[in-house]
Design a protein around this ligand. Structure first.
Ligand code: CA
Length: 230
């Protein structure tokens, strides 16, 4: 899923900032809708179901915190608060009311976009596309020979991919070292040390903490197993 599919609602009464935010978000491929009041924001959320909202706390018709509380009655959409430094107490109140995160004005473009992307990621972990297999946080597209985690694409060498593919075919079951060697490198291969090198580099790429693997598990003295996953 690319960011281009995400729609972000910007709730901000300052016209200059509203347009700046729109420009920033659109440049990143988001589709943007705008609201300058809390009332308009409610309408937008109900009518257009954005994927995330950026909400200024100081709105002309209502307090941004009250708006967030109202939105939380019917939607779980990720909400990132835009707050001025003077609104420290309101910022906490906004988080209590159900906001996901906040950005303090003045903010940098990079920080704002990172917060929006993180909020979107938490709200909607990517669903596997057609032909994709999900192993915990790892998505494997066997046909395209690509893999990715929540952090983005994982670049696997052809041999690493074949090791992964072989484990994937018997997911949840132990695959012996001998079988992995035979299927990936061909008959008469006995280089288990070489196999361990590939397993290690695979883990470095797909595991959150390679020292404590949760996806590619070792069955001591026998072989390896790919976790069943959720
Ligand atoms: Ca304002």
């Amino acid at each position: 899923m690319t960011d281009a599919m995400f729609r972000v609602l910007v709730v901000e009464d300052d016209a200059g900032l509203r347009l700046l935010l729109r420009t920033l978000l659109e440049a990143e491929g988001f589709r943007v809708s705008l609201a300058e009041t809390a009332a308009r924001a409610q309408v937008e959320v109900r009518a257009n179901r954005p994927d995330a909202a950026l909400v200024d706390l100081g709105l002309p018709d209502r307090d941004g915190v009250a708006l967030i509380r109202d939105l939380r009655r019917f939607t779980r959409l990720p909400i990132v608060v835009l707050s001025a430094r003077t609104q420290e107490i309101e910022k906490i109140a906004a988080l209590d009311a159900g906001a996901d995160d906040y950005v303090t004005k003045p903010f940098s473009a990079g920080e704002l976009l990172a917060r929006v992307r993180a909020a979107l990621r938490r709200a909607s972990p990517p669903t596997p596309g057609e032909g994709e297999v999900l192993v915990g946080p790892l998505h494997v597209d066997v046909a395209r020979r690509t893999a990715r985690t929540a952090d983005g694409p994982v670049h696997l060498t052809p041999l690493e991919f074949r090791v992964l593919e072989c484990l994937l075919r018997d997911r949840g079951r132990v695959v012996t070292q001998e079988r992995l060697l035979r299927e990936v490198w061909g008959p008469d291969q006995a280089d288990t040390r070489g196999l361990r090198v590939y397993v290690k580099s695979l883990r470095d790429k797909i595991e959150g903490d390679p020292a404590r693997p949760r996806l590619l598990l070792t069955e001591p003295g026998v072989g390896y197993r790919l976790a069943e996953g959720e």
